[in-house]
Design a protein around this ligand. Sequence first.
Ligand code: PNS
Length: 159
Amino acid sequence: MRTAICPGSFDPVTLGHLDIIKRTARLFDKVVVLVVINTAKTPSFSAEERAEMLRTVTKDLPNVSVDVYDGLLVNYVKQHENSVIVKGLRAMTDFEYEFQMALMNRQMLGTTDTLFLTTSAEYLYLSSSAVKQIASFGGDFSRFVPAEIHDKIRDRLCK
Ligand code: PNS
């Protein structure tokens, strides 16, 4: 059984993330969406809150589960046999960062492979930080996030 691990900050999950998760779920037997701590970012939601939002929006995807991990991604991968990392790629700006990550992870654990799915065109511009900026200024971000988590984001971020 092949498992895909989709790691990220998901602070919060956007429709762009959900699109990648759904497409990955069609390609693999099992998908673990993994909330991982990115030390370069200060999150607006706790890791458990982010995981809870992910559980809400993936509840109808039977082969998708959500987990939280505070450590090196390769150590999580090592614990899951037959697993690969799957990430979404938007523009060239993502590519440089993700390419470095994938190579670093492979340096640390030689058996780690990272597969990239290109984003769907309608989500090319979308990011969690853009959603947070719009929300914090009271703008309409409903087109960018799953409806079930809209109010939670608004209540946390709208000033
Ligand atoms: O959604 P993001 O913030 O782009 O995801 C980045 C993330 C969380 C996948 C990455 O920062 C990560 O893997 N963090 C865990 C720590 C780790 O393994 N770092 C490796 C550095 S090469």
